[in-house]
Structures are given as structure tokens and as C-alpha cells.
Design a binder for this molecule. Structure first.
Ligand code: FES
Ligand code: FES
Length: 438
């Protein structure tokens, strides 16, 4: 029994432990390191220093035995557990929890939680507050929340999936600045050979109508470390780039836009683009012949350090930019595609069954020929976001933790093939088992 009271003084006010445990690549539980915790812990330390947070210690830790939820960190003295995936998550934890004293609800882990939530899609209800024709074939549509308040946060380059009356999901990029959360703005091109989603948006959707949508997701984010941003848009591909331009303008970041369309009357958002990019926008009107469009060889001739290229538009434009920038440092071209240029079907006669291990769920499932990984995972009652189901939109991207995949998508870059897989279209190489971050 202590004979006198000892006053315990904390050496640090805040102590953070980030698991950076590494396991073998074929381990079914995988590890926080395989999900990116080593870089994220470093980012947290660097950001805390930049933010001049005093009396904090951000330590590397071994396995914290919550591997299925990882990467995980715990903050003492209050013992708050978080899972995190991105540098944005870490920034929110630092700004909101550590500096602001408010929990980051979307990342918090309950004490008894065993698997990540949600396993069903979170949807929001939106109401149409404005429709405006931008060109002959393009309509701008603004949505506000059904109930009062702000809409969920998003970052420039994000999209939402609108659920059509027949239950289909259609992806639309957001055009507004992430600071404007009173509404979401999208633009819809009427596609004569589309799957009906654009015709419904053009012909049936009316002011005051309600729709269901997914929460915003971003497969096409800005590179925060870039010093200059070179944006290249083809037609309706301007939409996410306009949102990026607006976000960059608010930060006074350096950006240039090349915007190609058939002619002035086919150029949605021309006025807004001029307002945002001022002298840094170049319009190219090609009359429908790409040869008369942007001189990519010229504008991409010299790789510029710390410049990130973003391209959105038809697949021909994306391929042309990738080819013209092939001598640029790897990973400096980011793109978002709208239309498939698939040569072969997703399912092939030669396909065989293979196993997948869902590392977070501690489950092994078999994927038979004729079914995709996405089908099998959905049949098991788990929700993974998806839209095109052809490997082009990026919605169903999942981290690949082990095994060799046969990539059949048009979305991932070659340097992403070891770490990610599009589960709507890609499979395992013969004899391989895939360990997925699900
Ligand atoms: S590997 Fe991070 S909690 Fe186990
Ligand atoms: S659902 Fe679009 S890439 Fe898989």
C-alpha cells in the first residue's frame, strides 16, 4: 500500500501510437504497414511539427491487435481509437481531434468493433434545386439536401453516384468548390448510345424532384505536393477539372487549363472557366477532329519538376496525354475516364475459379468462372462501391495485399498493379489466391 499520494505528471499531454506492424505478404490478416501506415505515421509527425502542436509524441507501435480494422492508431490519455486510410484522414485527426478537441466521428473505432463499418452503402437524399442548359447536349443540375444543413464534405475531383428510378447507379463528377457545401453541382451530357441514365436526367428529372445518391468519393484527387497543376479537359471532362480549378484558385495555387471541345457552342462552362483560370486557360476547338486539338507534344515536351498533369475526357485524349507524357516522372499523370475502350469482354471462356481472402472479414471465398470478385463479395452481403462494372470508373478499387492479379481494367496505372485491383473486372492469375483489403 502506498503511504503517501504520488502526483503523476504526464511527460507529454498527448501520446499517439500508430501501428506500423509488417507481416508476410501472404498472411491472411495482412498488417497496418501493408495498408500504408508507415508513410501515414511519418505524415502525421511532419504535419504535427508544421502545425506547431506542442507536447505531443507520435510513436511507431507494433501490432495493436486490431489488424482487421487497420491502419489503426490510439491517442492517449483519453484512449481514443481511430482507423485511417489517407493523409486527409490524418489531417482531420490532427486538426479536429488534437487541436480542436472534437472526435472525428467518421474514423472512430468502437471498443468492441471487430470489422470495419459500414458494410452497407451510405446514401443521402437530394432535391433538385436548379437545372440549366449549358450547351445543346449538356445540362447543369444543382442538388440541395432534403433536410436543412450542409451536404457531406468532398474534395476537388470527387464524384457522386446517382441512383436512377430503375436502381442503376450513374457516376457524375462534382463541379463546385469543396467549400460550397450548400449544394452539389453536376453536368450531364446526353449520350445517344448510353445506358439510359443521361436520357433520364435530361428528360425526366425536374425541379423539386428527390433522388438518392452515394456519398462523394474521390478517385481523381489533386496532388497536394505539386507546385504547378496542368489540367487538360476534353468536352464534358471539364466538370471535375472546374472543381479542381476552383479549389486551386481559392488557395492561389499555380494552375493552367487546356480545354478542348468541338466548337464554342459545344463548350460547357466556358464563362466559369474564364473566371477561374483567367489568363491561364487555353481553349482549343477542333471541329471534331482530334488532330486539330491540343498540341500535346508541344505542351508536354519538357517534363517540369513538381508539376502534376490531370486529364479528363474521352479515352482517346487520355491515351494521347499518357503517350505524350511518357517521358515524365512516373505517377505525374492523373486521369479520369468516362467511356470504355475495352477490346475484350470482362468474362472469358478460359476463366477458372480462384480463391479470395477478405483480410478484414477473416473469410475465404471462391470466385467461379462467369462471376466477378465484386459479384461474390456482394453475394456475401458486403458492400463495395461500384458503378460502371467495366473497369473504367475507379469506384470498385480495392487494395491488393497479396497474390498476383490479372488486371483487366482501364483504370489503374502500371505502377499501381502490385497494390490495387478493380474487383468488377480483374481476376487472379492462374493458381493464385488474392488477399484483399476487404
Ligand atoms: S497489424 Fe496493426 S493492429 Fe495488427
Ligand atoms: S465498377 Fe467501375 S471500375 Fe469497377
Amino acid at each position: 500500500m502506498p503511504t503517501s499520494e504520488v502526483k503523476i505528471e504526464h511527460v507529454y499531454d498527448i501520446h499517439v501510437f500508430c501501428c506500423i506492424n509488417v507481416r508476410a505478404k501472404d498472411h491472411p490478416r495482412s498488417s497496418c504497414a501493408a495498408r500504408g501506415s508507415i508513410d501515414l505515421q511519418k505524415h502525421m509527425k511532419d504535419r504535427a511539427k508544421e502545425l506547431k502542436i506542442k507536447n505531443i509524441r507520435i510513436n511507431k507501435a507494433g501490432c495493436l491487435e486490431r489488424c482487421e480494422l487497420g491502419p489503426v492508431l490510439v491517442i492517449y490519455p483519453e484512449a481514443t481509437w481511430y482507423r485511417y486510410d489517407t493523409t486527409d484522414d490524418i489531417d482531420d485527426i490532427l486538426n479536429q481531434h488534437i487541436i480542436g478537441g472534437q472526435c472525428v466521428e467518421r474514423l472512430i473505432l468502437k471498443n468492441d468493433q471487430k470489422v470495419p463499418e459500414p458494410t452497407t452503402e451510405s446514401r443521402i437524399k437530394l432535391r433538385v434545386r436548379g437545372i440549366k442548359k449549358l450547351t445543346r447536349d449538356v445540362k447543369k443540375i444543382e442538388f440541395v439536401p432534403e433536410t436543412k444543413g450542409l451536404l457531406p464534405t468532398f474534395t476537388a475531383g470527387s464524384h457522386i453516384n446517382i441512383i436512377t428510378p430503375n436502381g442503376h447507379r450513374r457516376s457524375y463528377s462534382l463541379a463546385n468548390s469543396p467549400k460550397q457545401r450548400q449544394y452539389y453541382e453536376i453536368a450531364v451530357l446526353r449520350e445517344s448510345d448510353g445506358r439510359g441514365g443521361s436520357a433520364w436526367m435530361h428528360d425526366s428529372l425536374a425541379l423539386g424532384d428527390s433522388v438518392e445518391a452515394s456519398l462523394p468519393t474521390n478517385n481523381f484527387p489533386l496532388d497536394k505536393s505539386a507546385e504547378h497543376h496542368l489540367l487538360i479537359a476534353g468536352g464534358i471532362g471539364i466538370v471535375p477539372l472546374l472543381s479542381m480549378g476552383r479549389a486551386l484558385y481559392e488557395k492561389a495555387a499555380s494552375a493552367t487549363l487546356h480545354y478542348c471541345a468541338r466548337g464554342p457552342e459545344f463548350t460547357p462552362y466556358a464563362k466559369e472557366v474564364k473566371e477561374v483560370f483567367a489568363d491561364h486557360v487555353h481553349f482549343h476547338h477542333d471541329g471534331g477532329n482530334p488532330k486539330n486539338g491540343i498540341d500535346l507534344q508541344k505542351i508536354l515536351a519538357t517534363p517540369t519538376e513538381n508539376t502534376c498533369i490531370y486529364v479528363c475526357g474521352p479515352s482517346g485524349l487520355i491515351t494521347a496525354v499518357q503517350n505524350a507524357a511518357s517521358h515524365w516522372p512516373e505517377g505525374m499523370v492523373r486521369f479520369e475516364k468516362f467511356v470504355s475502350d475495352r477490346q475484350e469482354p470482362v468474362h472469358r471462356n478460359s476463366d477458372t475459379a480462384f480463391d479470395i481472402v477478405l483480410s478484414r472479414q477473416r473469410k475465404t471465398l471462391s470466385v467461379p468462372p462467369g462471376k466477378s470478385i465484386l459479384d461474390v463479395v456482394s453475394d456475401a452481403g458486403l458492400y463495395i462501391s461500384s458503378s460502371c462494372k467495366e473497369g473504367i470508373c475507379g469506384s470498385c478499387k480495392v487494395r491488393l495485399l497479396g497474390g498476383q492479379a490479372e488486371h483487366r481494367d482501364n483504370f489503374l496505372r502500371n505502377d499501381e498493379h502490385q497494390k490495387s485491383i478493380m474487383i468488377c473486372s480483374s481476376r487472379a492469375k492462374r493458381g493464385e489466391t488474392l488477399i484483399l483489403d476487404i
